[in-house]
Design a protein around this ligand. Sequence first.
Ligand code: KG4
Ligand code: ZN
Length: 351
Amino acid sequence: MRVLAIESSCDETAAAVVTDDAPGERLSMASNIIYSQVQTHARFGGVVPEVASREHLHRLFAIVGEATAPVGGLSGLDGIAVTRGPGLVGALLVGLQLAKGLALATGLPFVGVNHLEGHLCAALLAEQPPAYPHVALLVSGGHSQLYAVRRFGAYELLGQTRDDAAGEAFDKVAKILGLGYPGGARLEAAGQGGDPQAVMLPRALAGRQDVDFSFSGLKTAAMRFVAGQGGSLQGQALADFCASTQEAICDVLTRKAVVAAKRCGLPGVVLAGGVAANGRLRSMLEGRARAAGLWAFAPPRPLCTDNAAMTGAAGLLRLRQGERTPLCQSARSRWPLAELAGVDAAQGQGL
Ligand code: KG4
Ligand code: ZN
């Protein structure tokens, strides 16, 4: 089966073709095209929703053409998947309407994909995907959540952030330091060679046995520290502070992921979401999981941040089980994973 996937939930305009033609029905990518709008939004210091929608409109048609070229265009496809939510509604609608139009014109089966499920499915595109069941640590710009994932489509929320998401914490501290947007990767880069123990930053809720997070205190602590240093940091002081911020965020995330897996009796942890591209998070989780007798898995870095291949992986699996989304369904700004019908329950029905 070959599925075209479109992703336009935020500031990446993306299309991919995902197939299960490989031996053992392993998922792989025939194409994965991403146009990042970062340059456009950078001068505003963050994503401007209206501008994102216009850029999607401007780029998406050509990107879909590029993504479908390796399979001989639309005639080489067996289905169409598109991110339906959660995300910026105006941005989502651009991808959704194009995908619906293509489905209508071709008569191909159509499925609307949950962006969070897409992130969790990025791991399935690896050469050797992780096995079910496992705990998933989903850390992006809008979400910090831990799930028990017993099989594809069955997600039990174990804990989540009470305020800011981990990616948001990276972005806000980066902004305070004047590193610009997008903050996470810039803060990681600026922290290279820094001492992660140089500045003790809050690790909220770390000692508790629940698996919730809170990152808003980190932003306040960062503001106070920077103000106390005369309003800006340079050179080694900047590197030390960035490394310390990263350490504080990763410390809490990895500690709670291990607690969650142990408590549920699940054998491993899968990382997902844009923050999963962070090198320190990946290595710290690996070390802590191993020490606790668990395995850890992180998808290839380019598949952690927003892309359409992950949407295609989730979409292909849902289409393969017979799921179809009626074309009258629209975009969803909020769409908790817990509301997703498991694949068995959803067979043959619209979402
Ligand atoms: O999953 P994603 O691409 O978009 C959302 O669905 O939100 O995640 C974006 C988030 C941003 O907050 C960004 O700063 C963060 O992921 N991020 C990182 C890194 N790369 C992206 N955070 C820390 N280290 C990175 N290398
Ligand atoms: Zn995302």
